[in-house]
Design a protein around this ligand. Structure first.
Ligand code: 5GP
Length: 236
């Protein structure tokens, strides 16, 4: 599939048009940002590793019956995907308390709540992706109540499948952020990447962080952590 002009550039990825109006090429960059773009760096091999990790995860979720935008991985940094209209929502799912939830509610990081926690944030860089609720999302025309119902159902299923996948390789899925889009025929599908950039992944035994918190919190060995996730998932 021939790559045509760039139609979007985000913090970690670029999107290109292709000869087929319903397909795009998603390019993974080595760029890393945190705190709404305030902290920036290049992380060696990050694009390639996230592409490979996300590929394994998407293939696994597709095999479980989750509808996604993924078609195929073309090379080290690029995937061919269905073109979708992204819902301007970040859907966050938490199995353990960490990050912004820990700070906001004063609950120690690593606490395991009895329930799974779902959050939505409004994707808007100027506003810093604020946490919103379903009623805000509907008022903002980001999604309808029916669409939100479907999005939460899929997120819950994805969480159960991903917890199972990561536990097989000795990793705790602490939390993750996903995005959804709508294809030209109106189907809601999982879109964007699932990688250590978008999920908190802790080693089951040591609780070592094997994700982007190594970059956010200056813990070092970022590439090594992503390599470890790829190695473990690749061993399945
Ligand atoms: P928190 O709200 O605690 O910062 O993030 C919760 C989860 O969602 C973490 O796994 C984090 O990596 C992911 N996440 C939240 N917002 C973003 C974002 O804007 N970009 C990326 N890559 N991940 C995010």
């Amino acid at each position: 599939m021939k790559q045509l002009e760039k139609i979007y550039e985000g913090k970690a990825k670029q999107i290109y048009r292709t000869e087929d109006e319903n397909l795009i090429i998603m390019h993974y960059k080595d760029d890393a940002t945190a705190y709404n773009g305030i902290k920036k760096a290049q992380i060696k091999e990050k694009g390639t590793l996230n592409n490979k990790i996300s590929t394994i995860i998407y293939k696994y979720l597709i095999a479980k019956g989750i509808p996604t935008h993924y078609i195929e991985t073309i090379n080290d940094c690029d995937q061919l995907c269905k073109k979708v209209t992204i819902f301007p929502l970040e859907v966050i799912c938490r199995n353990y308390v960490a990050g912004s939830m820990s700070k906001r509610l004063g609950i120690p990081e690593g606490t395991k709540p009895e329930n799974v926690i779902f959050e939505i944030c409004y994707k808007n860089d100027t506003l810093g992706d604020p946490l919103i609720n379903d009623h805000h999302a509907v008022a903002l025309k980001a999604a309808t109540y029916d669409e939100l119902k479907e999005i939460y159902k899929l997120t819950s299923e994805i969480n159960e499948y991903l917890k199972e996948l990561f536990s097989k390789v000795g990793i705790i899925l602490v939390d993750f952020k996903i995005e959804f889009g709508k294809t030209f025929d109106g189907k809601i599908v999982l879109a964007d990447e699932i990688s250590p950039d978008t999920a908190r992944l802790w080693d089951e035994k040591t609780h070592d962080k094997l994700d982007k918190d190594r970059f956010r919190r200056d813990l070092g060995h970022v590439t090594e952590a992503y390599q470890e996730i790829y190695k473990r998932l690749g061993s399945l």
